[in-house]
Design a protein around this ligand. Structure first.
Ligand SMILES: [Zn+2]
Length: 223
């Protein structure tokens, strides 16, 4: 049986940014204090995998030192075509993350909606992006996080053809360890301790659910 995280959390950006955010994008940014609170709760929770999307400069400048302080690792899904753009991780930052033992994954080339791209663009998004990121990181990149969490059967077919090892979505809820598709839970600007505890406690694993059901049934039988 494959052990591994059953809850995936996604962080987008932390603190202030030097780039102009897309409409609504600010709602996915959190403050440094909110981020630290998140890590302090997750430090003893190996069932949680922490991921980062969009390759914001805060990945290296703010997240990396705070992860290292706590002995945590995370997986960073970067945008190959935006490396070194204002407010984004650059090539040196990718190497810094990789050298610190962080996993590097692909978030594609230019943050496009993969449900609405032609074959040529799909080649860039699904094949070129991981290859370029792997060249920069100095090791193969074979996992992806789907931009906007937007996918359908056609996208999954292309990802299978691209021989992607693992696909991270934004579907929410629990994930099966080792499964090809991994649901994730995004933090938002209203992130607080209560949200994290709800995430940890209110989505019981199938085994815990079965236990709870058995306990309730037993109680009913006893009257
Ligand atoms: Zn994204």
């Amino acid at each position: 049986m494959t052990a591994g995280p059953t809850i995936n959390v996604t962080v987008h950006g932390i603190g202030a940014t030097s780039r102009e955010l897309d409409p609504g994008e600010g709602e996915t940014w959190v403050g440094v204090d909110q981020f630290e609170q998140l890590l302090d709760i997750l430090v003893d929770r190996p069932e949680v995998r922490i991921t980062f999307d969009d390759g914001n400069a805060s990945d290296v400048e703010l997240a990396l030192p705070r992860l290292r302080e706590r002995g945590l690792t995370a997986e960073f899904f970067l945008l190959a075509g935006l490396l070194g753009e204002p407010g984004r991780v650059d090539a040196a930052g990718v190497r810094e993350l990789a050298d610190a033992g962080m996993a590097i994954g692909s978030h594609g080339w230019a943050h496009r909606d993969w449900r609405h791209i032609d074959d040529t663009t799909a080649g860039q998004e699904l094949h070129d992006a991981p290859r370029v990121l792997g060249e920069v990181a100095g090791r193969p990149v074979s996992t992806v996080a789907v931009p906007f969490g937007s996918y359908d059967r056609h996208v999954l077919h292309r990802l299978r053809e691209a021989r992607v090892d693992r696909v991270y979505t934004s579907d929410g809820g629990r994930a099966r360890p080792g499964a090809w598709i991994q649901a994730r839970n995004s933090v938002h600007d209203d992130l607080d301790a209560a949200w994290v505890h709800r995430l940890l406690d209110e989505a019981p694993s199938p085994r815990a659910r079965a236990r709870g059901l058995a306990a309730r049934t037993y109680k009913r039988m006893r009257g």
